[in-house]
Design a protein around this ligand. Structure first.
Ligand SMILES: O=C([O-])CC(=O)C(=O)O
Ligand SMILES: [Mg+2]
Length: 293
């Protein structure tokens, strides 16, 4: 699927009336699995990008080049539209513009730019925000960096849990006014807060994590929430699986006695083996490569 089609698919989620749950993806294998399971959208979180690429926590150590390269690998592996968490845009507003260009070229369907001060400032233990004015400059730069008008640009704020709901609303309205496509909120804790946000804004809403009282899709859809994240359990599951497998091997279990491994059928699907087989027959003159379907 051409990148534009992926972006249009994300746009149609945003302009619809339902709230969807994206699949958390972080590499070529996870995006193919999410695509095969019928997810409408992949979410490439900054936290899992950092884990998958560096094995490090989410503290803005990953570089734009590393993030974009991982996105490019996913874009090649599958055609599922992906929303990328582009953190603070890897610097000031001029860096944001470059970030948008790189992620667009890497095939992202959409991306978020947030107003968190990153990396963490010296001596500050709590999350800090940049000013509303600087946030607006970043959103304008993001829109200016877009070459394909179908690329979705979301303004993201965590103000709800850092300063106040009023501040989150003021920031969202300012980002809305400069032309972002959607508003992404983290730290919204109650239905009352979400309803205040929905009443004061007009763009589609994306929620990055929602507490128990806000998980009902019909309720969320009614508040203009079009995408609600649900964490990054797949990465945690994969980590445990690798841990348990290596531990069992280290303890002397024979590879044949291991549990919880992907079947050859599942591995073959993930590798798109049937396609490889067909291409090998056509281009290499190999009718039987011995590949399993
Ligand atoms: O975007 C998300 O999925 C939430 C987030 O900030 C991260 O995981 O880094
Ligand atoms: Mg993040």
């Amino acid at each position: 699927m051409a990148f534009r089609k992926r972006r249009e698919a994300l746009r149609s989620i945003l302009s619809g009336s339902a709230c969807i749950r994206p699949g958390s993806v972080y590499d070529a294998v996870s995006i193919r699995i999410a695509e095969d399971l019928g997810f409408e959208l992949g979410m490439f979180g900054g936290s899992v990008a950092s884990l998958a690429v560096l094995g490090d926590p989410d503290i803005a150590l990953i570089t734009l080049t590393e993030l974009a390269e991982q996105m490019r690998r996913m874009s090649r592996a599958a055609s599922l539209p992906v929303l990328v968490d582009a953190d603070h845009g890897y610097g000031n507003a001029l860096n944001v513009r470059r970030t948008v260009q790189e992620l667009e070229a890497a095939g992202a369907a959409g991306l978020t730019i947030e107003d968190t001060l990153l990396p963490q400032a010296y001596g500050e233990t709590k999350t800090q925000l940049i000013s509303l004015e600087e946030g607006v400059g970043k959103m304008k730069a993001a829109l200016d960096g877009r070459g394909d008008p179908s690329l979705v640009i979301m303004g993201r704020t965590g103000a709800a849990s850092v300063t106040s709901i009023e501040d989150a609303i003021a920031r969202a309205r300012a980002y809305e006014a400069v032309g972002v496509d959607a508003l992404f909120f983290t730290g919204v804790k109650t239905r009352g807060e979400l309803e205040a946000i929905a009443a004061a804004t007009r763009l589609p809403i994306v929620l990055g994590g929602s507490p128990e009282e806000m998980t009902e899709p019909a309720y969320l859809g009614g508040q203009r929430v079009r995408i609600a994240l649900q964490g990054h359990a797949p990465f945690a599951a994969a980590t445990l699986a690798v841990y348990e497998t290596l531990k069992a091997l280290r303890e002397g279990r024979s590879p044949k006695a291991l549990k919880g491994l992907a079947s050859s059928g599942l591995t073959g699907r993930v590798m798109r083996e049937a396609d490889v087989k067909a291409r090998s027959a056509e281009f290499l003159g190999l009718e039987n490569l011995g590949l399993k379907n």
